[in-house]
Design a protein around this ligand. Structure first.
Ligand code: NAP
Length: 307
């Protein structure tokens, strides 16, 4: 089966949905391919407080659904699947998906975002989905009145730990330094929350349990002592990796695997653009992702017109 488009967007987070809104509204035949649910990481965020226009905050799922509806209204098509290969054929980009679809497009926008990093410690894989989680919104309710650990010291760790206070009895935030990376407002909220305790200068060495997690082994980096913590859940928020493996060297990446673009979101290959968290940038936020998406869409439109 084949399809032909003016613009194909890979990834349905805020960057991809915005790009699709702009290209379809500009009357370009546009398709968005998403392997999960529209909204991506945004859809799994409990509450978003810093996206302009929603002064009371908005749930990530609702914002995702609104962005999807808005893009569909202007004719953006959606396809569920995973792009496995991209070939260049003269001026066309040819995409092959995991279910054997061949899709041809004049311009391509990559907005595949990021995936949570794993700790790579003993027990993490074994207990994934049985106490080890990377999504508090998805799994938090399983830990009602339980003790849990949150690993990391960035915005995600603190924001999700604060969300988890509505379920858990006690939350240990385990951070490898004695200073947090998270923004001041989140730090202040976490310090004020009586259910949250910080374990500084420490890292998780091992996750243990029977059927599900029941304890973790922590090593203090300053005195090298180890300690057991009885917890039922471990939420890991230690940053993310780019989703660029499927590109297999097609466009230039930085040393961390993120796509290098110019200010027009152009990659090293003419007609291929990147938007959102998957590209090298300083501030990874929904507000900046939608900006990237709009610019990438406009650049793709200009590229097609010039051809
Ligand atoms: P991040 O900012 O990269 O923070 C990752 C945290 O995990 C850091 O504290 C880091 O420690 C720690 N860490 C990294 N590798 C580790 C390891 N192997 N073992 C133990 N700890 C490790 O990632 P993030 O919190 O996911 O945020 C990603 C981006 O999204 C950021 O730009 C953030 O501002 C943004 N974000 C924004 C919001 C918001 O605006 N509300 C919410 C979520 C995310 P060190 O500090 O020692 O490096």
């Amino acid at each position: 089966m084949t399809g032909k488009y003016d613009v194909v967007i890979i990834g349905g987070g805020p960057a991809g949905l915005t790009a699709g809104l702009y290209t379809s509204r500009a009357m370009m035949k546009s398709l968005l391919i998403e392997k999960g649910i529209p909204g991506g990481q945004m859809a799994t965020t409990y509450r978003i407080e810093n996206y302009p226009g929603f002064d009371e905050g908005i749930s990530g799922l609702e914002l995702s659904q609104r962005m999807e509806r808005q893009a569909r209204k202007f004719g953006l098509e959606f396809s569920s699947g995973r792009v496995e290969e991209i070939r260049l054929d003269d001026n066309e980009k040819v995409l092959i998906t995991d279910d054997g679809l061949e899709i041809r497009t004049k311009a391509l926008i990559i907005a595949t975002g990021v995936e949570p990093k794993s700790l790579k410690v003993d027990g993490e894989e074994r207990f994934r989905g049985r106490g080890v989680s990377y999504c508090a919104t998805c799994d938090g309710a399983f830990f009602r009145d339980k003790k849990i650990a949150v690993i990391g010291g960035g915005d995600s760790a603190l924001e999700e730990a604060l969300f988890l206070t509505r379920f858990a009895e006690e939350i240990f935030i385990i951070h490898r330094r004695d200073k947090l990376r998270a923004t001041r407002i989140l730090q202040e909220r976490a310090f004020e929350e009586s259910k949250i305790k910080f374990i500084w200068d420490s890292f998780v060495e091992k996750i243990e349990g029977d059927d599900t997690v029941n304890k973790i082994v922590i090593r203090n980096l300053k005195n090298d002592k180890t300690e057991f913590f009885s917890v039922s859940g471990v939420f890991i928020y230690i940053g993310s990796n780019s989703n660029t493996e499927f590109l297999r060297g097609l466009v230039n990446l930085d040393s961390n695997g993120f796509i290098i673009t110019d200010e027009k979101m152009a990659t090293s290959v003419p007609g291929i653009y990147a938007a959102g968290d998957v590209r090298t940038k300083t501030l990874k936020q929904i507000a900046t992702a939608v900006g990237d998406g709009a610019i990438a869409a406009k650049s793709a439109e200009k590229y097609i017109e010039d051809k």
